[in-house]
Design a protein around this ligand. Structure first.
Ligand SMILES: NC(=O)c1ccc[n+]([C@@H]2O[C@H](COP(=O)([O-])OP(=O)(O)OC[C@H]3O[C@@H](n4cnc5c(N)ncnc54)[C@H](O)[C@@H]3O)[C@@H](O)[C@H]2O)c1
Length: 345
């Protein structure tokens, strides 16, 4: 099959900077571009090699023969234009959140199923090289995670829906990707009036838990993840800092110091704890170690295109799309916090 013909709706800041440039890394070409603002649509078609520019998504969908459509903009756009795409039986990739509400996200998934096609949500963190490497270790049976901590303090505001749908959806989805479906959520909010922070504990149906530190007075970019478990038969944990730094810690010598009969007998043991680290090496040009790959944007676009070519459900497809939204729906219903069950739909 020739390269897929992709249509793209939305020529905003994030789409233009982080997603359009990724198309060149996937087996596709940009066929058509759409934005309400004609200048933006024509600009993106010109810069990224689109064959045609439109200001009306319905007109674009009727005029073009597209194999897949990407929609990136406000959450309502994902739901409305996304529905138009799916009703035509065309596979859809929408940015997170898939819609502004759980009900609208569920409707999107229903529409995809009714029309025999797929909807994928752009949970790009799963495709980041570090988080992806941990997934690969799990798939290879080398890492069995037991619990995790996710510090996501990028969001410094006091809008609960804004924070949950705009940012926290990422660590919630990551936690689900490592520990499985969520059975119960406990939330403790702290609101200073200008900054809202939220402590969240997810109890997964696997019996494992994850803990999320959201919002807060952190530096603007602050993302820190720790995943504990058994690595290659040893107790240990992974640390991911700012997406690009990965550490693997495993316990040597049982993980404890030798009890020496006297202080004079103490001998330092260098393998008390084994630590391996990975970080990008920018010393020489290396295509794989640039931000698009490190952050997961290239992997996300590739997964969308490959899933279409291989006639399969994408990794962050219909089922996965709703899981994080269900947790967020519960949190939004109970802004004062507490412990609540999460249904699996
Ligand atoms: N994963 C990430 O790292 C990340 C980062 C930033 C933003 N995002 C997500 O990206 C989205 C925002 O993307 P952006 O910054 O590119 O958007 P933006 O808000 O900058 O621009 C949206 C564009 O969509 C166009 N638009 C609106 N309605 C339309 C319609 N009916 N038909 C055609 N075009 C229409 C607007 O004219 C505008 O140009 C949000 O959903 C956000 O959650 C994700």
């Amino acid at each position: 099959m020739d390269d897929l013909r992709i249509g793209f709706v939305g020529c905003g800041t994030h789409a233009t900077n982080n997603l359009y440039p990724m198309l060149k890394y996937a087996r596709c070409r940009l066929q058509a571009v759409c934005d309400l603002d004609r200048e933006l649509a024509e600009r993106n078609a010109r810069i990224f090699g689109g064959q045609a520019a439109y200001t009306d998504a319905a007109v674009m969908l009727d005029a073009e023969s597209l194999d897949g459509v990407i929609v990136v903009g406000p959450p309502e756009l994902h739901a409305t234009v996304g529905t138009m795409v799916l009703e035509r039986g065309i596979p859809l990739l929408v940015e997170k959140p898939p819609a502004g509400t759980l009900a609208d996200a569920e409707a999107l998934v229903r529409t995809a199923r009714e029309h025999g096609t797929t909807v994928m949500v752009g949970f790009m963190k799963r495709f980041a090289l570090t988080y992806g490497k941990i997934h690969a270790e799990m798939r290879a049976g080398r890492f069995a995670p037991s619990c995790g901590f996710f510090r996501y303090t990028h969001w410094a505001g006091n809008s609960l829906p804004g924070m949950l749908l705009g940012m926290s959806i990422h660590p919630i989805d990551l936690a689900i990707s490592y520990f499985g479906d969520v059975a119960e959520v406990t939330a403790v909010p702290y609101d200073t009036g200008s900054v809202l922070s939220l402590a969240v504990i997810l109890k997964h149906t696997s019996g494992k838990w994850s803990e999320l530190m959201l919002g807060c007075h952190g530096p603007r970019i602050q993302e820190h993840v720790e995943l504990s478990g058994v690595i290659d038969g040893k107790h240990g944990y992974y640390v991911v800092d700012d997406i690009i730094h990965l550490e693997e810690h495993t316990a040597g010598l049982g993980g404890v110091d030798v009890i020496a009969p006297s202080l004079a007998e103490i001998r330092p043991e260098f393998d008390l704890q084994d630590i391996r680290t990975w970080r990008p090496d920018y010393g020489i040009p290396n295509m794989g170690q640039n931000t698009p790959f490190l952050a997961g944007y290239a992997g996300e676009i590739r997964e969308f295109v490959d899933a279409i070519l291989e006639h399969r459900e994408p990794w962050t497809g219909a089922d996965e799309a709703l899981k994080a939204m269900r947790v967020i729906d519960v949190l939004l219903q109970h802004p004062a916090g507490g412990t609540f069950a999460v249904t699996s739909g």
